[in-house]
Design a protein around this ligand. Structure first.
Ligand SMILES: NC(=O)c1ccc[n+]([C@@H]2O[C@H](COP(=O)([O-])OP(=O)(O)OC[C@H]3O[C@@H](n4cnc5c(N)ncnc54)[C@H](O)[C@@H]3O)[C@@H](O)[C@H]2O)c1
Length: 357
């Protein structure tokens, strides 16, 4: 059965999704909408699609809607999609706040609709290689680790960088989903966390491109350090920052009782994964796995197969809501200066060894 997909949001990331989804026999893209009709029309012309208004998309034949609008729009657009009786797959974060994310999850459950959420890099070759090492006990029980995302912010490369410094984004809500989702995929849910946060500059000046020289008001912390205690007992220190020019940390390190795993960049599908036992030499994972290059869209594809096969989809609403709570609670913990306990939990998604079918 082919699943009909509609897309809302025709900006920067839409071409990556379209490159993946238009090659899938399982999926037919029935239309693309954007608040700026000219943007939808340009993307539609590029990929041979039909541009339409959001209202037309909701009234049309799409069974699943891919919501790739900016974070502040995820909730309103998502609620409208679910209220129109269509399954929903959101870009990350699930919503700008935990309360909004919770509403989406509740509505999807009430309407018996699927709700999925990025990042689907969790299903990529790199993440699955780490997961296989953890599950095989290659380095023993994981007791600790670190995760680092640090750079000088997206104002250097993104054509519309303002939203990255607003509520629902910042390094934690924009990049944190990759790191936290990968950690939860490997280790299971978080029980408790304790964080600190800093806003280093209240204003950023766009350094290059069409908007060079324009200032952006910063609304959220641009450096956050959150110490995560997992239900498994592992403790991992997560650092995210838009304030750092250069560094040499590994994106994700997992420390086991019998060795160490060095993960790849969780914003990517593939990458080098290494591990060592005790003080032995580093070994590189050589096994071949699917999804090594930019495959944004495979989370939605997994959801499409899951609907047909009546099985849980991997990039699930419970998983994304838990990740969102980890982010919101980290900011709250930093404000309150104390450790906080999570109210949500989730299952680890099923591992993925072969291409989706
Ligand atoms: N750019 C990337 O490389 C990238 C990578 C991964 C994830 N993402 C995520 O994808 C989402 C979109 O990012 P982007 O980089 O494409 O942003 P963008 O600003 O380039 O594009 C977003 C588009 O959504 C449209 N839009 C905004 N509000 C809308 C609404 N209410 N209804 C319909 N259309 C609306 C805008 O007009 C714009 O064309 C964000 O959640 C971001 O975190 C982006």
């Amino acid at each position: 059965m082919i699943i009909k997909v509609g897309i809302v949001g025709a900006g920067n990331v839409s071409s990556a999704y379209l490159n993946t989804l238009r090659k899938q026999r399982k999926v037919r893209i029935v239309g693309i909408a954007d608040r700026q009709p000219a943007v939808a029309e340009a993307r539609a012309a590029e990929f041979g699609l039909k541009a339409m208004s959001f209202e037309e998309l909701l009234a049309g034949p799409a069974q699943v809607v891919l919501n790739i609008t900016p974070p502040l729009a995820h909730h309103a657009v998502g609620m409208a999609v679910l209220n129109a009786g269509k399954h929903l797959f959101n870009e990350k974060p699930l919503a700008a706040t935990f309360a909004q994310g919770h509403e989406l999850v509740e509505l999807a459950a009430k309407k018996n609709l699927r709700l999925g959420c990025a990042p689907d890099t969790v299903l990529g070759a790199g993440s699955q290689a780490v997961r296989a090492l953890v599950d095989a006990g290659a380095v023993g029980n994981i007791v600790g680790g670190s995760a680092h995302f640090m750079n000088h912010g997206p104002d250097h490369w993104h054509p519309n960088p303002d939203f990255f410094y607003g509520h629902g984004a910042g390094p934690l809500h924009d990049m944190g989903p990759y790191y936290i989702s990968h950690l939860v995929n490997h280790l299971g849910p978080v029980l408790e966390l304790n964080a600190t946060a800093r806003m280093t500059w209240r204003e950023r000046i766009i350094p290059r491109g069409a908007n060079a020289g324009r200032s952006i008001r910063v609304e959220v912390p641009t450096t956050v350090v959150s110490r995560l205690r997992f239900k498994s007992g592992a403790e991992v220190s997560l650092t995210v920052s838009f304030d750092v020019w250069k560094h040499q940390h590994t994106p994700i390190e997992l420390h086991g009782e019998n060795g160490t795993i060095l993960g790849h960049d969780p914003n990517k599908f593939g990458g080098t994964v290494r591990w060592s036992q005790q003080d032995g030499d580093w070994q590189t994972v050589r096994e071949r796995r699917p999804y090594t290059t930019n495959s944004r869209g495979i989370g939605l594809l997994d959801m499409a197969f899951a609907i047909e096969q009546a099985r849980p989809h991997r990039c699930s609403d419970a998983f994304a809501l838990h990740v969102l709570e980890v982010m919101d609670k980290s900011l709250e913990s930093a404000l309150q200066g104390r450790a906080l306990t999570l109210t949500t939990t989730c299952e680890r998604p099923a591992a993925l060894a072969a291409r989706l079918s």
